[in-house]
Design a protein. Sequence first.
Length: 80
Amino acid sequence: ATWMKTHLENDRELVQGLKGEPFYLITKVDTIKDFALGAVCTHLGCVVPWNKAVNKFCCPCHGSQYDENGTVVRGPAPLP
């Protein structure tokens, strides 16, 4: 409950998974989404930060971009 008080709707928080892997939790109005997004680029494995200004995850290594649901919208990461 304390965590939700410090996060607004549609915030993304980078957290550590059970095996140490990076994931994003995404907040909704009073809870979090029922899934987390993997934060690792499918191209070469870089951790991909959320860019709120463009509403995308943008990989700093080679420029791959993912939409708010983690779908590739620009390579070199493999497109769906």
